[in-house]
Design a binder for this molecule. Structure first.
Ligand code: PLP
Length: 476
């Protein structure tokens, strides 16, 4: 079978910030292994020649030789005379791109459509005829939807005008659009670690050099504010991508004190803060409700991202950016070379759902509470040594499995019918092997199946375990 290959350039883009604190060959091998695990690099892909990759990465050839050897030793690569080194999946595991519908997909932390969905679709379709003479998409967002979004922000304590809202194709496009508009190659961008991996990818694709600040499930504040302040002061990043509410994956929310201190430090450096508030309204029983981060700005430049995907339904592909008018115009201009716009039918449905928002949120709260309680109860009973943090809302629990074998657990779980994302996908350099992100968005019967798959996978993962732990640079 003819094999495909990946160019040095393309691999460099995928590798991003691959260096950890351990030996370079370890970090490089771990990073390539993760790319294969996550399906971003398929099995059977020919890796660049050692000499070329060494030049591209600015490391010695022996580093590449040792990294490739480590991948081969662990079953993540093979080599044949004359055809170089190719990626592989140990034990013939399936790549995540070749999904089988019988697999339970816990890599997505997403909820089914709400009960009122079909009512909203019917109401929206009755409004559609007025829009049929037009093209069916736009780059700004329908006035009726921008008004609904602005009203919601205003009700939550952040006065907003519809002109300060740009409707996008999901929050994911909002992140990519902001990265592309605000980041020039080589600019620094501050991210939380762990973080939402697609944001990390978008920033790297835009050419950002990442600097990091830790968020922990174990500390009182979650965000290590001293580190955030000092990184901001030392590196003056162009932007900071933050998730102040129900941070994905830790589930933590910033207290008022944390919000103020990080925003003050960003303001002092002129760093633009991107507040991704996609999970912000997924509240189960958080003791305190917070207004959007931008309402604490006090001189900081805060741009807010929101989405209908988590509260309403991911299938609607509607997100938005809230920013000052001049920024909205700038983003709209850049957007025109990314896509043609957001479909109007999806926008009408979201506008209708805002009319039932109280009911939608109440339904979400009940579903998330039952998913969270099932995860705590069932996972806790099956794995008494794992640390399952209690989350007050959001999408997932960031579970500490005690031993650095998260990638092995994810791989073994796949063979048991469960797709789950290993901790390192949320890190920068292969860190977080002690963590597994477990969504709380699924009903108890699916949680039960997932936990049973993890119980079968666990002994296999322990056997696949590396003799040496990968570097755990940012884990505290
Ligand atoms: C923090 C965060 N931002 C953005 C997204 C992407 O959202 P969307 O489906 O609206 O593109 C997600 C999805 O999980 C998310 O958790």
């Amino acid at each position: 079978m003819a094999s495909t290959s990946i160019s040095t350039r393309a691999l460099l883009d995928l590798l991003g910030e691959w260096r950890g604190t351990g030996p370079a060959f370890h970090s490089l091998a771990d990073r390539i292994r993760l790319l294969v695990m996550d399906g971003r690099l398929l099995g059977g892909v020919r890796l660049p020649a050692e000499r070329e990759l060494a030049a591209g990465l600015g490391v010695s050839r022996t580093t590449i030789t040792a990294a490739y050897q480590r991948l081969r030793d662990d079953g993540w690569a093979t080599s044949r005379q004359g055809s170089g080194t190719q990626t592989a999946l140990p034990g013939g595991a399936v790549a995540s791109t070749a999904l089988d519908s019988t697999l339970l997909d816990f890599t997505k932390a997403a909820l089914a459509a709400p009960t009122v969905m079909m009512d909203a679709v019917r109401e929206a379709s009755s409004l559609l005829p007025a829009l049929l003479p037009g093209p069916g998409y736009d780059t700004e967002g329908l006035a009726v939807l921008r008004e609904a979004i602005a009203r919601r922000y205003t009700a939550r304590g952040l006065a907003t005008d519809p002109d300060e809202v740009l409707v996008t194709v999901g929050a994911q496009q909002a992140i990519a659009l902001l990265s592309r508009t605000l980041v020039s190659r080589g600019d620094r961008a501050l991210i939380e670690v762990p973080t939402y991996p697609h944001a990390y990818d978008a920033l790297v694709a835009a050419g950002a050099r990442l600097v990091t600040g830790p968020v922990s499930v174990d500390t009182v504040d979650g965000w290590d504010v001293d580190v955030f302040e000092s990184v901001l002061r030392r590196t003056s990043p162009t932007l900071a991508y933050l998730m102040p509410d129900f941070q994905n994956p830790t589930g933590r929310s910033m207290s008022v004190k944390v919000r103020r201190r990080i925003l003050d430090a960003a303001a002092a450096q002129g760093t633009i803060v991107i507040a991704d508030e996609t999970p912000a309204e997924l509240d189960i029983d958080r003791p305190e409700a917070y207004a959007p981060l931008a309402s604490f700005a006090n001189g900081a430049h805060v741009i807010t991202i929101g989405s209908a995907s988590k509260t309403m339904w991911g299938g609607l592909r509607v997100g938005w950016i809230r920013a000052e008018r001049s920024m909205i115009r700038r983003l709209q201009a850049v957007r025109s070379n990314m896509d043609l716009g957001t479909p109007v039918l999806d926008q009408l449905i979201v506008a209708e759902l805002f009319g039932h928002y109280g009911d939608v949120l109440a339904e979400r709260r009940a579903q998330l509470a039952s998913g969270r309680d099932a995860v705590e109860r069932m996972l806790g009973a099956a794995f008494p040594d794992w640390h399952i943090p209690h989350v007050a809302g959001g999408l997932a629990a960031w579970v500490n499995i005690g031993t650095p074998v998260s990638s092995q657990v994810a791989l073994a779980a796949r063979s048991e019918g469960l797709l789950v994302t290993a901790g390192p996908r949320f890190g920068v350099d292969g860190a977080f092997e002690r963590f597994l992100r477990v969504p709380i968005t699924y009903p108890p019967e699916l949680v039960e199946r997932a936990v049973a798959a993890l119980e079968r996978a666990w002994p296999v993962a322990a056997r696949l375990r590396y003799t040496e732990a990968p570097p755990l640079a940012s884990v505290v």
